[in-house]
Design a protein around this ligand. Structure first.
Ligand code: KMT
Ligand code: NI
Length: 179
């Protein structure tokens, strides 16, 4: 079951540590950021969600030290995932094995990150336009399903003033402000 809390914003400590400030958020509060959480006991339940939302493609990523040529490649990949970014499409991830942190920006306190710790069975749907980042936990391993629609226009756009001005970002911000 996912655990959701405000990140302590302490950059001096390895980003794979928990960084729990002590303030927990409910799933309703998470939903106010446009992030949907579902627990799926089986992959058949994931298939249902994929069908409803018309996701026809998927792949599996297995992220741990051993899946990379060397430590440098591993660290570079982690650094890339941890860069604050958005997508023009939803990001749907289902944790199969291991654990990971999805950090999403809080709408009311934009300097804060809301950290979602996922474990097997947890499915997260991040809305288009939300700034977020990902990292492993100190367990250093996640195996996850990534869902895509037919033609995945799925690209990470790093945070910048240009990204702030994109229609997808503006739409997200205006939707969030209506809650
Ligand atoms: C992303 O967009 O940050 C990712 O897809 C992270 C890897 S999925 C566990
Ligand atoms: Ni992403």
């Amino acid at each position: 079951m996912v655990k959701v809390y405000v990140h302590d914003n302490k950059s001096s400590i390895d980003y794979r540590e928990s960084h729990n400030s002590g303030t927990e958020l409910s799933l309703d509060e998470l939903a106010k950021l446009g992030v949907i959480y579902k627990y799926c006991a089986t992959e058949a339940e994931v298939d249902e969600i994929a069908k409803e939302r018309q996701y026809r493609n998927r792949d599996v990523v297995d992220i741990h030290q051993g899946s990379f040529k060397n430590e440098t490649d591993f660290n570079e990949k982690l650094a890339m995932f941890y860069k604050e970014h958005l997508h023009e499409d939803e990001e749907i991830r289902y944790c199969l094995e291991g654990t990971g942190y999805f950090d999403v920006r809080d709408a009311s306190t934009p300097e804060n990150w809301v950290r979602c710790r996922v474990e097997p069975g947890d499915l997260l749907i991040l809305p288009p336009g939300i700034y977020h980042r990902f990292t492993l936990t100190s367990g250093n391993h996640i195996k996850a399903l990534r869902l895509f629609k037919d033609e995945p226009k799925w690209q990470a756009i790093n945070r910048s003033t240009q990204a702030d001005a994109l229609p997808v970002r503006k739409d997200y911000v205006s939707r969030i402000n209506q809650y």
